[in-house]
Design a protein around this ligand. Structure first.
Ligand code: NAP
Length: 304
């Protein structure tokens, strides 16, 4: 598999990044281990997780940690092969200190993630979302400390708007702190908002864009022929609230149009979505969530 360099680092990542949010439920540990091993064998070396992930059992304020623990076991003995990313900032407990980007919370959560992942370092550590209640300089300084301590190699942003990214870059430059090297926004053929401002900004600033929800939760896989009757064993039937566009008529019309365009160029909608997204200028690697080994195989084959 091809590798792409994250500018300003020595991190070479596959254009496909393995999303692990479903590890725990519905992806049980045994299947998760198979998925991680297949990914590494096939050169999919970029793995994305977060302290909050625990699959379908997640609710706002649930403790998280399940996915990282499974991933830690799955990577046993193979850690060196992976470019491993985790995140901090979402609510992971009942207390007011159990979320956000304060110094205490970042330090505590980084330690917990390292223990669960059974590793001494994270290659990439994301601010999962902006935290209005903490001065951004405090958060950036804490990430810089983690880098200095060797616990984190580089840091990154997720879910920050273009204006917020500009502010972060200014604060980094003013404080002499390392800049974020990557940004993880939502992006798919059904949600192209970042093309207006964020993507050009990241291109100009040499920030790698690593989008999530590139299949819009599975909608762009082509399996929702009748969105009103999602096939059994899919997110559309198990967790429909996680695919809001299943009930959005405009999005469903766009989905039909994309299906027709894919057919015109002789591709399945799944292959068309994967290839178009991964080849968008400025995109370094696309994160894909998979429920089973076969879905990862299909994505690898779509890219080859
Ligand atoms: N930074 C953030 O705030 C944020 C937020 C959300 C996610 N993420 C990251 O992005 C990753 C992906 O997110 P996501 O899972 O919500 O979105 P996604 O990648 O757009 O959708 C994944 C779903 O697509 C379906 N799929 C994948 N391959 C398929 C195939 N070959 N054939 C048919 N269906 C296929 C599966 O649905 P079924 O389950 O129906 O089989 C799978 O669960 C997460 O694991 C996480 O790492 C980050």
């Amino acid at each position: 598999m091809e590798q792409r360099l994250i500018a300003g680092t020595d991190l070479r990542v596959s254009p496909l990044c393995l999303g692990t949010m479903l590890f725990g439920s519905p992806v049980q540990e045994k299947e998760a281990v198979k998925i991680v091993h297949l990914a590494l064998e096939q050169g999919v070396n970029f793995i994305d997780t977060a302290n909050m992930y625990e699959g379908y059992t997640r609710y706002v304020g649930s403790p998280g940690g399940v996915t990282e623990e499974i991933l830690g076991k799955a990577m046993g003995g193979k850690r060196e092969q992976a470019v491993l990313a985790s995140k901090v900032g979402m609510k992971i407990g009942p207390g007011t200190g159990d979320e956000g980007l304060s110094r205490e919370h970042i330090r505590r959560e980084c330690e917990r993630s390292l223990v669960r992942l059974a590793t001494d370092w994270l290659d990439l550590y994301y601010m999962h979302k902006p935290d209005e209640s903490t001065p951004i300089a405090e958060s950036i300084e804490t990430f810089a400390e983690l880098i200095q301590a060797g616990k984190v190699r580089h840091w990154a942003l997720s879910n920050f708007r273009a204006g917020q990214v500009r502010e972060v870059l200014q604060v980094c430059d003013d404080g002499g702190w390392p800049r974020p090297v990557a940004h993880q926004p939502p992006y798919s053929l059904l949600n192209r908002e970042i093309e207006a401002e964020l993507l050009p900004l990241c291109r100009d600033e040499n920030i790698a864009v690593v989008p999530y929800q590139i299949l819009q939760g599975g909608l762009l896989s082509g399996k929702y022929g009748d969105p009103a009757a999602p096939p059994a064993g899919t997110r559309g039937s198990d967790k429909p609230e996680w695919i809001a566009m299943l009930r959005d008529e405009e999005a469903l019309r766009e989905l039909d149009a994309l299906g027709a365009r894919a057919k015109e160029v002789g591709l399945s909608l799944f292959d068309y979505a994967i290839r178009t997204t991964v080849n968008t200028p400025g995109i370094t690697s696309i994160i894909l969530g998979v429920r089973r080994v076969q879905q990862l195989e299909q994505a690898i084959s779509a890219l080859s």
